[in-house]
Design a protein around this ligand. Sequence first.
Ligand code: HPA
Length: 250
Amino acid sequence: MSGNAHLSPIGIIGGTALAELAGLEQAQQMHPETGFGAPSGPLVSGRFAGRDVTFLMRHGRGHAIPPHAINYRANIQALADAGVKQVIAIAAVGGIHPDMPAGSLVIPDQIIDYSWGRAHSFWEGDGAMLHVDFTQPYSESLRRSLIDAAQTLDLPVVDRGVHGVTQGPRLETAAEVDRMERDGCDIVGMTGMPEASLAREAGLEYACCAVVVNQAAGRGEAAIHAEIEHTLADGMRRVAKLLERVLGTL
Ligand code: HPA
């Protein structure tokens, strides 16, 4: 066993803003089944930046699974079964707050859940009632690690933000985003929940690194596809650098 190989693997959930983890060494694929079904795709385990990492693509191969159809329970259960204790989730989002324009990296600290109809709990009434504390939905220590790692890289990140999670797959109306802004949302995505609360139910530390790829509906000019693609590609490069740096500190 070398170095910190005895530590539990870090789970990384890649989304639209991180479709693969380039540089994952000795990668091995696992195809687990869980009591909740199969996760979105294989768990890819390997070494990255000196740590054991287990990587899962939230939307599956070829981005085939839309936000409302993701089996969030199977994804979180499969990571927990693989021995993961800490999860860093990468997500593409729209920017609502003017300080979070396209291209920003945001480490959100709060969530408002507007999604519906998703299997959002491991508890199905067949055991002890489970009301997990979710006052602070993200792990503050994992958030701090991400923010500190960004600082050492001179990589600008917004160190807080309220992550509004909509059902999708359609984008929001301008009035919906107005309401979200009144509610206090800073960014809007479609996959942050129930991923975060399931991670809490499973006892995993969980934080999110959000890449703002467009301004939310009714905020400025609608971005054209080519611009979003460019922002996404650039965001992915910065996220990969951030992951490389933060993993060395966990
Ligand atoms: N809304 C919801 N989800 C998103 C957006 C958006 O504007 N951009 C990227 N994911």
